[in-house]
Design a protein around this ligand. Structure first.
Ligand SMILES: *Cc1c(COP(=O)(O)O)cnc(C)c1O
Length: 372
């Protein structure tokens, strides 16, 4: 077995991060807020092309505040991506709303616009829609946006995995009225943990900033007219983010090389790489495969063979409608159940920026050998 573990996706640091963190120490701006936070927010606004951003301690916090801004309350229906990480949809429950899960399509594995239309027919009172861009692959964002527009419902984009991906030349994290990104440890760039809420609605972001800072009214004493949260990002953490922003395009280029190597290396195997639309440029955060139908090999066979060599891989997100905690929630699909199918045949492959070509060849050899 190899000594050095090959990871799915681990933090890649460069040195500049420490410079900004040191600056925070030197000026004693270790506490929440400060120059790093302001500059990190500005750099994201500029990179994404969005009017306002608020730095928070997690992407999940950004999604929670997005759900609050959308006005979701007791019993409100929110149509959500089904094939995603639980953090996309849990914030609906924080506000006592009810998730209805919408199946995926096969071209991006994301929310199927046709199923979304059906969901709107069944739930015309829908309050909001949350779409995730899975593994960095943009969803059919124009179609989804048009449907939300038609029903005059707020779209929230969970771009936690897709920071730096583009759809028709436009950055993800700009298609919703409210958009969330994440800097969790395994994402395309990381601050160890953190996130941002993005919007062109400057007042909405000001409101989110207020909620995230314990909802302190403008008074000399501590006065509160609303329930607040302690959701802000610290100035230390933001320093890491400033350093990481200098390398975001480099990370994305590395991830693409990894994806293309898998695609080429597996061309004679009965597997298919995770698909994307020609009009989009994913960030290739995670390279994933599905084993073609009718094969005896299972994703778990591959995962265990890799694990034996100290190589990390991971099952596809288990669809939300199959989660025990959401057993009572409705699920809308048209035709066959795409999310369950991708889950049963798919696997996320090691996609670490620091994986060498040699290491990746080794990963691919192990997988090829399963079919020999
Ligand atoms: C990582 C992730 C989140 C949550 O981000 P955190 O910063 O870890 O809170 C939300 N949605 C998706 C799809 C994610 O992958």
């Amino acid at each position: 077995m190899r000594d050095k573990r090959i990871y799915l996706s681990s933090p890649t640091m460069h040195g500049e991060e420490q410079m900004y963190v040191k600056e925070a120490f030197d000026t004693n701006w270790v506490a929440p807020l400060g120059k790093n936070v302001d500059e990190f927010e500005k750099s994201i606004e500029k990179y994404i092309g969005v009017k306002a951003a608020v730095a928070l301690n997690a992407g999940t916090a950004a999604l929670h505040l997005a759900v609050k801004l959308a006005g979701v309350g007791q019993g409100d229906i929110v149509l959500c991506s089904d094939l995603t990480f639980s953090a996309t949809v849990n914030p609906v429950s924080y506000e006592k709303g009810v998730q209805v899960f919408v199946d995926s399509e096969r071209e991006t594995w994301n929310m199927d616009p046709n199923a979304l239309e059906v969901a709107f027919t069944k739930y015309p009172q829908t309050k909001a829609v949350i779409v995730a861009n899975l593994y960095g692959t943009p969803a059919k964002l124009d179609e989804i946006k048009a449907i939300c527009h038609k029903y005059r419902v707020i779209l929230i984009e969970d771009a936690a995995e897709s920071l730096s991906s583009t759809y028709k030349g436009q950055q993800t994290g700009t298609f919703g009225k409210y958009n969330a990104i994440s800097f969790n440890g395994n994402k395309i760039i990381t601050t160890s943990g953190g996130g941002m809420l993005l919007s062109d609605d400057v007042e909405a972001i000001a409101k989110a900033r207020f909620w995230a800072t314990q909802a302190r009214d403008p008074a000399p004493y501590y006065q509160h007219s609303e329930i607040g949260y302690n959701y802000r990002m610290s100035n230390i953490v933001a320093g890491i983010g400033r350093g990481q922003m200098l390398h975001i395009d480099e990370h994305r280029a590395q991830k693409k090389v990894i994806y293309l190597r898998y695609k080429e290396g597996f061309k004679d195997l009965p597997v298919t790489m995770n698909p994307y639309l020609d009009c989009s440029e994913p960030n290739f955060w995670l390279s994933c495969l599905t084993i073609n139908k009718g094969e005896k090999v299972t994703p778990e066979d591959i995962r265990l063979a890799l694990e034996k060599e100290n190589i990390e891989s991971r099952p596809i997100w288990k669809p939300m409608h199959l989660q025990p905690v959401y057993a009572k929630n409705d699920f809308i699909a048209v035709g066959d159940n795409v999310g369950e199918d991708v889950f049963s045949r798919g696997l996320c492959l090691p996609s670490d920026n620091k994986m060498t070509e040699e290491e990746q060849n080794f990963v691919m050899e192990i997988i090829k050998n399963i079919w020999k």
